[in-house]
Design a protein around this ligand. Structure first.
Ligand code: SD4
Length: 342
């Protein structure tokens, strides 16, 4: 059977020798491999728990792709997070989920507007591995998931989501809330409600394994009380997630529309290819969002998180309060990101 993934793999492998030997304009190897240094980073405080699951795989020599899937599954299943089926619904009262995954060979898969499936990230991986496609949406994505053996969960809101939704219905104001973490320290604290709403609805994760291979995942319930059918950046390859094994990987969080507008994570990776550090690359991408938004940038949050092939990490956000979780051989911590507005 013709398989685009195999084609990509073979064509990429064909050029891999050339890629490894490539020098930048200064004649230096831009991306020396750090073979024995696995690392995982993920967005927001909930990333600490997710990283633990990813580390079980990375720390024992497993593949980055398996790590980024297992890692975010923890968040998708957590009742303390607003990423999976416990999340706030759209404005018609339904929880709809988006997710994407990408490996070291440009293979990628995603699902969007998916309902009643507990682990969208695993469905995204099946799309990548079992279909010649990249993105399945809505009823088709759900049908595919069920055919693949994923159980259809009851169509029921969690108690918190139901309470939040009823509260929101009182005014039914269509005004997305800026997603800001009130983090003042590196101490772990669970996601919480701000103005009656859970403030994290996404996790993005990127990792490098002991072979030096990169992968990433991103999964979300999207914006609370969004229009039915609204899809954000998280399942859009190059917007919410991008991996180029030659250079680095990036993920994003915040107002997805404004990430999509600038092909956010692809932009971050391209800046890293030009030689910028992960933090500088994220900063430049944030500045591009701000340029696109003009004065309205004050009203939104967008944050990027990146990892390069040397195992260096960095982040940058429009608003203060974004943090990311990091785990490697030496440490496990929460890092507070720099931001454009202080
Ligand atoms: C979206 N980027 O659907 C997601 C939302 C998000 O933390 O990241 N929230 O636009």
């Amino acid at each position: 059977m013709f398989n685009r993934r195999n084609f990509l793999q073979s064509s990429l492998l064909g050029s891999f020798g050339i890629v490894l030997g490539r020098k930048n304009f200064a004649g230096e190897d831009p991306c020396p491999l750090t073979q024995d240094n696995p690392i995982v980073i993920s967005t927001w405080d909930a990333g600490l728990e997710a990283n633990k699951a990813a580390w079980k795989i990375l720390g024992s020599g497993g593949r980055a792709l398996d790590a980024v899937e297992s890692g975010v599954m923890v968040t998708e299943a957590s009742r303390n997070c607003c990423v999976g089926l416990w999340a706030n619904p759209d404005r018609d009262g339904f929880v709809t989920l988006d997710a994407s995954i990408m490996d070291e060979n440009f293979n990628c898969g995603s699902v969007a507007f998916l309902e009643r499936i507990k682990h969208p990230i695993s469905v995204a991986r099946r799309v990548m591995e079992k279909t010649p496609h990249v993105l399945l949406v809505g009823a088709g994505a759900q049908e595919f998931a069920v055919a693949e053996g994923f159980p259809l969960e009851p169509q029921k809101l969690s108690d918190d989501a139901e309470k939040n939704y009823k509260e929101w219905l009182k005014k039914s104001e269509y005004k997305p809330v800026i997603n800001i973490e009130n983090s003042k320290s590196n101490a772990y604290h669970a996601p919480k409600k701000i103005n009656g709403e859970w403030n994290h609805d996404t996790i993005g994760m990127v990792a490098m394994d002991t072979k030096g291979n990169l992968s990433g995942s991103c999964t979300t319930s999207g914006m609370a009380f969004k229009m039915r059918g609204r899809v954000g950046d998280s399942p859009i390859i190059g917007a919410g997630l991008f991996v180029d094994n030659e250079v680095g990987a990036a993920t994003s969080t915040g107002q997805g529309e404004d990430v999509i507008r600038i092909c956010g994570t692809h932009t971050v990776v391209e800046f890293m290819r030009q030689g910028l550090s992960p933090e500088q690359a994220c900063k430049k991408a944030v500045e591009r969002v701000i340029r696109a938004k003009g004065s309205a940038a004050k009203e939104i949050q967008v944050a990027f998180l990146a990892l390069n092939k040397k195992g260096e990490t960095g982040a940058y956000a429009i608003q203060k309060g974004f943090s990311y979780a990091l785990r490697n051989n030496k440490e496990e911590k929460l890092v507070v990101s720099k931001s454009h507005f202080s």
